[in-house]
Design a protein. Structure first.
Length: 89
């Protein structure tokens, strides 16, 4: 497990840091921290996916529900890829 995973686990928000300045005399580094709720949303989508999958199994005859489940799975996968690529650095 990486340190960044532990940090995300604890605050459930996620953040992105950017080094903004290094003082040449003291070596002090200044950072900008940008917090994002997207990682938490990703976790909530996972919970919703589990509930939707459960409902789909309870009603296998409902074709529209099956379609919504597939659409949601695709959306969740695309959303997770985007969040991971752009916000979990």
């Amino acid at each position: 497990m990486k340190l960044v995973d532990i940090i995300y686990e604890e605050n459930a928000l996620g953040f992105k840091t950017t080094k903004t300045n290094v003082d040449p005399e003291t070596g002090q580094v200044t950072w900008d921290v940008e917090y994002t709720p997207l990682v938490k949303i990703d976790g909530e989508l996972e919970k919703l996916a589990i509930e939707l999958e459960s409902a789909t199994k309870k009603h296998p005859e409902d074709e529209k529900l099956q379609q919504y489940n597939e659409l949601f799975k695709n959306f969740k996968k695309a959303f997770r890829s985007h969040v991971t690529k752009h916000y979990r650095k």
